[in-house]
Design a protein around this ligand. Sequence first.
Ligand code: GLP
Length: 233
Amino acid sequence: MKIIQVQNAVEGGQQAFELLKQAFLAGKKTYGLATGGTPETLYQVMIQSDLDFSDCISINLDEYVGLSGENEQSYRYYMNQHLFDHKPFKETYVPNGLASDLTAECARYDAIIQANPIDFQILGIGENGHIGFNEPGTPFDQTTHVVALTPSTIAANQRYFTSKEEVPTHALSMGIASIMQSKEIVLLAFGEKKAQAIQAMLEGEVTESLPASILQKHPNVTVIVDQKAASLL
Ligand code: GLP
């Protein structure tokens, strides 16, 4: 894995954008996108850029079960607000957290990914090493699935909700098998809370206990970290 160390999240977003721009200029059309605080600086640079994504497709990693796209805490709302309302794409896919049949929704999402192989995947990382919502213990060969969020993830994501009780307990997530099929992956991590996960991902063994460690087996991964996230390396 290639590692780029940056001063802060703003510089990290710029560096990620440079990689994304190279893919765009090479004609790549399908972008795997992530939510959370981490990619916000990247999306700001994308919005300010003159790149036109109206011929491109985006496929998001995950969505909370039980939240509609109008709910401000949903990942669909986040994506509209942070990117799509300002920088239109041809198609934007986010799992449907309100689907009445979640198994069918997972199959539908897998079919979307199969029909639109991801050229360039943006990832954040959870404090416990999760990617998307693939929590520790998720089999590496899994595709889109329903996830029971771990107490640590619920606690970490609580900051976006008014109370812990409001944080959904389940999510739909693209699986690790699908993430690994992306042709290029850029993982961003900022802040000391990510330092342990980054160290384990880069220097630890490849294990389902630390989902991001599978990225050691991918041929084209760039990790963009600030000094705090890199402090245990
Ligand atoms: C969330 C999301 C992930 C994200 C991670 C880190 O639970 N499902 O896609 O990468 O946790 O979030 P943040 O960037 O806010 O630290």
